[in-house]
Design a binder for this molecule. Structure first.
Ligand code: NAD
Ligand code: MG
Length: 375
């Protein structure tokens, strides 16, 4: 039977990738719901092609057909829609949290690109999965790689996860030059074409911090058994070291089509043509380097926030979201992003977590602090 998929954030980089993937797999899946933030023109084109039962646009006041829903509540409505069995959450930022919680509480699969959800509220999402019988299957390429390497093995078989990082556009820039990096420099990702926010996160390495926290919650390993290594070619998507010393890696030409498809079909594999042919000679050499931790402080700040727990990961995420927005508006320098995160984490150390409302209060407070320090 064809399974209904809701794509939250269908107009974005992951959302449009997912529609390409789904167009090839109409025998297994149908597009049941689409939502976007504001791009009603593209959303309308997508709706005309895929005929979803539900369409929602988040920004109030965006002109749209009468049958569409609007406002932020359309995300939860799409997630809970009876024709939806799988929710592909491809929203950017903490705004994706409620839809993830609603979907897993309703017993659905969430194919999760929106890693910020797990960073802000990993424990609540785990509890909601237990409560409602839903599950999270990662779309992030590194976590998809780990899931594929684990192949159902228990975490007690695992010694260590090794998450690969491209290193971003500034991998070999000296520290002094980083101070003067421009918006255009930071948006030049060497191996992936993605939305602007994650592209900046890849330049600061905040993205890898988010991914370490994401891996901690997805796979249940403590932080001292999750490592990051730089791999500039983005061909090895991550590795799992087992207790006997054997290391499995998942490889492929960089393309989000495979992890998107796998998140829909896991644990099955289905024939597909989304990933370009793999030629190891053509892709050579594959190299690995240590992370320049001192020059990219956002990575350490995020992992420390993960270890601290409580509201600290939510504060890290919110401060980062706000600082990235200010950087993209040209109001703070590149090196101001980790500085803003560090200041927010320091001011809000000990902020309470525990509930959705407490976490979102910490999120709001962190954003306010960052805006206030850069008026
Ligand atoms: P994007 O900016 O290209 O797209 C974001 C989508 O979310 C758009 O459809 C937009 O309309 C919608 N959106 C934005 N803000 C919203 C809000 N407040 N409420 C509701 N909808 C909103 O981003 P992207 O690159 O596709 O990334 C989406 C998520 O996937 C992020 O969490 C990112 O970290 C993750 N991710 C992306 C990639 C990639 O290759 N692009 C890879 C791994 C993980
Ligand atoms: Mg990733």
């Amino acid at each position: 039977m064809s399974r209904g998929v809701a794509i939250l954030g269908s107009t974005g980089s992951i959302g449009t990738t997912a529609l390409r993937v789904l167009a090839r797999h109409g025998d297994r899946f149908h597009v049941a719901a689409l939502t976007a933030f504001a791009n009603a023109t593209l959303l309308r084109e997508q709706a005309e092609i895929h005929h979803p039962k539900f369409v929602g646009v988040v920004r109030n006041g965006s002109p749209h057909p009468r049958a569409w829903k609007d406002g932020a509540s359309c995300l939860v409505e799409a997630a809970e829609h009876p024709d939806v069995q799988i929710v592909l959450n491809a929203i950017v930022g903490a705004a994706g949290l409620d839809a993830t919680l609603a979907a897993v509480r309703a017993g659905k699969r969430v194919a999760l690109a929106n890693k910020e959800t797990l960073v802000v509220a990993g424990e609540l999402v785990e509890a909601a999965c237990r409560e409602g019988g839903g599950e999270i299957v990662p779309v992030d390429s590194e976590h998809s790689a780990i899931l594929q390497c684990l192949a159902g093995r228990a975490v007690t078989d695992v010694r260590r996860l090794v998450i690969t990082a491209s290193g971003g556009p500034f991998r070999d820039w000296p520290r002094e030059r980083l101070e003067r990096a421009t918006i255009a420099d930071a948006l030049q990702h060497p191996t992936w074409r993605m939305g602007r926010k994650i592209t900046i996160d890849s330049a600061t390495l905040a993205n890898k911090a988010l991914e370490v926290i994401e891996a901690h919650f997805l796979f249940g390993l403590p932080y001292d058994r999750i490592e990051v290594v730089v791999h500039p070619q983005s061909v090895v998507h991550s590795m799992v070291e087992f207790v006997d010393g054997s290391v499995l890696a998942q490889m492929g030409v960089p393309s989000m089509e495979l992890p998107v498809l796998y998140a829909l079909t896991h644990p099955e594999r289905v024939p597909d043509t989304g990933v370009p042919p793999f030629d190891p000679v053509e892709l050579s050499p594959l190299t690995f380097e240590r992370v320049r931790t001192a020059d990219f402080p956002a990575l350490r700040l995020g992992i420390e926030a993960g270890r601290a727990g409580g509201a600290a990961p939510a504060v890290f995420n919110a401060a980062n979201e706000q600082a990235v927005a200010l950087f993209l508006e040209g109001r703070i320098p590149f090196a101001g992003i980790p500085r803003a995160i560090a200041a927010a984490l320091e001011s809000l150390a000990g902020a309470a977590g525990g509930s959705r409302d407490a976490l979102l209060a910490a999120d709001q407070e962190a954003r306010r602090l960052v805006r206030q320090s850069f008026p």
